[in-house]
Ligand binder design. Structure first.
Ligand code: GLN
Length: 495
């Protein structure tokens, strides 16, 4: 039986019905990963022995009917910035290249409670800073749809692993688009929840006021099921929210009749690749045919989002990354003279260029002479961006637009001009600044065969609205996930 082409929910059903054992599923995905990894490099760590051991214990819990949920026994991957007790957790940085945490992130624990088998930790931009997965200490991840292109970032490893069938689903994290943009580049579904929905306990912080963990999956059904499993109120995270609704799968309904969807005019103007724009208009047309009301409107202030984001995210990063000093954990330089020299050499050798750039920018905007001019101004801008969204959601149920201005760029191109790379975050970062939920759904391919995604943005706590619209799009157009052409011949693997 070809297991790899199944979605997580389909595989979960087969495991539940005893058509497939958990060990069979794990072996199939490990074999696929071993074949794909030399080319794609989705994983920092592939935990073969651990996955087989988990398979055994999860199978027992399924057999005793302790585990009955849709994800029980389904192999998954976790971005390498989420702690798992005893397992290497590197953030794709040299400075954490030997770090084995003594505890497990709450979101991962929730997955384990749902019966997930974690097969490995996925590659990412160092400390989640980047848009291409090229800043990883472990080398870049390649886009499974075209190995000459990046998978996006920073959750590029998670998205490439799902696209290349090296796991059935994955967790990513999104500070300024890091789930939605790589999902769009890799042709998979990714969701960034409302801030506070998924616990950040055990997620190594980048920009704490912006970071959220979320699912990456082959389709909307899986995405809803994963979110349902990982979302929880957690007292260990002071920003965790107690929500009224955690039943995200109840929104898997094919119906958008009367739903009001706004398309920001400023999202569809210059700077947007015409092929991406066409795909977005077509997708909007599909939702309109299904009964949604589509209108264009002005979402002002978008142009201030990039400077505000890079000031706030870098400020928080410079503070969060102070803890990596060679004393408490992680890498320490080999030779040094005295404590200060040890700090300096450890951090100089342990961090890569992009991370150093952010630490310097962050320290600068927080320094006493510039705090008001930059940091405070950015916080005020953030408040105005939230107000602009609040106004938009008085008229619309959802906002629709692109997830990124282009499809996946070629490897090696983006880092040549970091400022230009930052501009690529234009459609995603304001969603984090406002704490809103956003989702990327595959809607087609460009002429080169690279996937295009649309972004749906909801008001706070309106994930179900996103899921309903995305599911309706999927019902109307058929499943969007496609096995990348490059790996097609190998996709018929037997369990
Ligand atoms: N590209 C953005 C950055 O570099 C977003 C990254 C993220 O969401 N983690 O900060």
């Amino acid at each position: 039986m070809d297991l790899l082409h199944l979605t997580a929910a389909e595989l979960g059903r087969k495991i539940k019905n005893r058509e497939v054992s958990v060990a069979e599923a794990v072996k199939a995905v490990l074999a696929q990963a071993k074949e794909m990894e030399p080319e794609i490099n989705s994983y920092v760590t592939l935990d073969e022995a651990g996955a087989l051991m988990q398979a055994e214990s999860v199978q027992k819990r399924i057999d005793s009917e302790e585990l009955t949920g849709p994800l029980a026994g389904v192999p998954a991957a976790v971005k390498d910035n989420m702690c798992i007790e005893g397992q290497l957790t590197t953030c794709s940085s040299k400075i954490l290249s030997n770090f084995r945490p003594t505890f497990t992130a709450e979101a991962v624990k929730n997955l384990q409670k749902a019966g997930a088998v974690i097969v490995g930790k996925t590659n990412m931009d160092e400390f989640a800073m980047g848009s291409t997965t090229e800043t990883s200490y472990y080398g870049p991840t390649k886009n499974p749809h075209n190995l000459m292109h990046v998978p996006g970032g920073s959750s590029g490893g998670s998205c490439a692993a799902v696209a290349a069938q090296e796991c059935w689903y994955a967790l990513g994290s999104d500070t300024g688009g890091s789930i939605r943009q790589p999902s769009s580049f890799c042709g998979v579904v990714g969701l960034k929840p409302t801030y506070g929905t998924v616990s950040r306990y055990g997620l190594i912080a980048y920009g704490s006021s912006l970071d959220q963990i979320g699912p990456v999956a082959k389709d909307v059904t899986d995405c809803a099921a994963i979110l349902e499993a990982i979302a929880s109120h957690d007292e260990k995270d002071s920003t965790s929210v107690q929500r009224k609704d955690y039943d995200f799968t109840s929104a898997l309904v094919c119906d958008v009749k009367g739903m009001k969807i706004g398309i920001p005019r400023d999202y569809m103007r210059e700077g947007l690749d015409p092929e991406v724009a066409d795909a977005i208009w077509k997708a909007a047309g599909v939702l309109k045919e299904q009964g949604a009301v589509i209108e264009e409107f002005d979402l002002s202030l978008v142009k201030y989002a990039i400077p505000a984001y890079y000031v706030i995210a870098s400020a928080e990063a410079s503070s969060n990354l102070e803890r990596f000093d060679g004393v408490k954990y992680g890498y320490r330089t080999a030779d040094y003279e005295g404590l200060h020299n040890m700090y300096k050499k450890t951090r100089s050798e342990g961090f890569g260029a992009e991370v150093k750039r952010r630490i310097m920018l962050g320290s600068f905007v927080l320094s006493s002479g510039y705090y008001d001019a930059y940091y405070l101004k950015a916080l005020r801008t953030k408040a105005l961006i939230k107000q602009a969204f609040d106004r938009a959601f008085e008229s619309y149920d959802l906002i629709l637009g692109p997830a990124a201005p282009t499809t996946a760029p070629e490897l090696g191109k983006s880092l040549q001009d970091p400022l230009k790379m930052y501009l690529g975050d234009i459609y995603t970062i304001s969603v984090n600044l406002a704490g809103l939920p956003g989702m990327s759904v595959p809607i087609g391919k460009d002429r080169k065969g690279l996937p295009v995604g649309m972004q749906l943005i909801g008001n706070s706590f309106q994930e179900k609205m996103l899921i309903r619209a995305a599911y309706t799009y999927e019902c109307a157009t058929g499943k969007q996930y496609e096995v990348p052409a490059d790996i097609h011949p190998k996709s018929g693997r037997e369990a």
